[in-house]
Design a protein around this ligand. Structure first.
Ligand code: ADP
Ligand code: BMX
Length: 291
């Protein structure tokens, strides 16, 4: 069965056709609508799925936010604005006329990355450093989603009680410091108003203020990884998202992790499926009847 996989992020929307062998055939990407209203998302999804009409037998969605009973709720409304309580599954079923399943984006990506690991690893975590910081946890070979869909939302664990206020309402979450949105929000003076992508490019050119923001992000993610190791002895952490996959970022995180005591170290790798982990994971979870 071919699957139309859709990935809804705080910055971009992606759709791809995934064949029964889990090969990605064709991919389209659009920006997440700036107005962030339910109507704007519905229209963007309509444009996204249109080129794939008649080519798939089901839809599998990986979306930012807490997904429960097919409804998307933002944990951090700053990332998705007015899209709290969006009827995701019903909307896509209506737009395509196909059966539809949905799961959190980082949970989906964790499954694809877990499947791509070599060796006998049973406990791993996926972390996306993107618009937000998302996570997916595999424990004893099982994906944790949680009764309320909240499992793996490790971007909302505490990094600094005196840190910036997070859009979720807590102060000092990992996401408020380390995410693309967090990096951008903390930028002052000449960097004020820049995106994380622009700040990252300046960091690569040696701009001290930009480097300070990127290093703080990487250090925060390294501490999160040490906390995960202490929480459930994960054997491997996979890093994804456009910040996580940016050139040199993983090395920075690895450098900070190496400064923690050895008991907190774990294997750290970049996402095998790069930016397609969410798309492939959603399709795999649908194929394996897990979501
Ligand atoms: P989404 O959150 O929609 O899944 P991304 O994974 O692309 O999307 O993450 C978007 C964030 O990553 C934005 O904050 C953007 O500024 C930042 N970003 C995009 N490209 C890069 C890059 N090459 N280097 C560093 N940051 C990037
Ligand atoms: C936020 C949260 C997570 C999501 C993560 C990464 C919302 C809308 N999203 O922590 O559910 O997995 O961001 O999302 O509350 P992304 O858009 O950066 O991929």
């Amino acid at each position: 069965m071919s699957t139309l996989a859709i990935d809804i992020g705080g910055t971009k929307l992606a759709a791809a056709l995934i064949d029964p062998q889990q090969q990605l055939i064709d991919r389209h990407v659009l920006p997440t609508p700036a107005s962030r209203t339910p109507e704007a998302l519905r229209e963007a999804l309509r444009s996204l799925v249109a080129p794939f009409a008649g080519q798939a037998q089901r839809v599998a969605v990986a979306s930012t936010g807490i997904i429960r009973h097919g409804i998307l709720t933002a944990l951090n409304p700053d990332n998705l604005g007015g899209l709290a309580q969006f009827p995701l599954v019903d909307t896509l079923a209506q737009l395509t006329g196909l059966p539809c399943l949905a799961v959190n984006d980082a949970q989906a990506a964790a499954w694809a990355e877990y499947r791509a690991l070599l060796g006998d690893i049973r406990d791993m975590a996926f972390i996306t450093v993107s618009t937000g910081v998302g996570g997916g946890i595999i424990s004893h070979g099982k994906l944790l989603t949680g009764r309320h869909g909240m499992a793996g939302h490790i971007g909302h664990t505490l990094a600094d009680p005196h840190g910036p206020l997070c859009g979720c309402g807590r102060r000092g979450c990992v996401e408020a410091i380390a995410s693309g949105r967090g990096i951008s929000a903390q930028a002052v003076d000449a960097l004020h108003g820049m995106t994380a992508k622009e700040i990252y490019a300046l960091h690569q050119q040696g701009h001290p203020q930009a480097t300070c923001l990127i290093e703080r992000s990487a250090q925060t993610v390294a501490r999160l990884i040490a906390d995960l190791k202490a929480s459930y002895d994960c054997e491997c952490v996979v890093l994804g998202g456009s910040v996580g996959l940016a050139e040199g970022y993983l090395s920075l995180v690895a450098g900070y992790l190496a400064r923690e005591p050895a008991a907190y170290h774990t294997h750290l790798v970049a996402a095998h499926h790069q930016h397609d982990a969410g798309l492939l994971g959603a399709a795999m979870l649908a194929e394996e009847d897990i979501i």
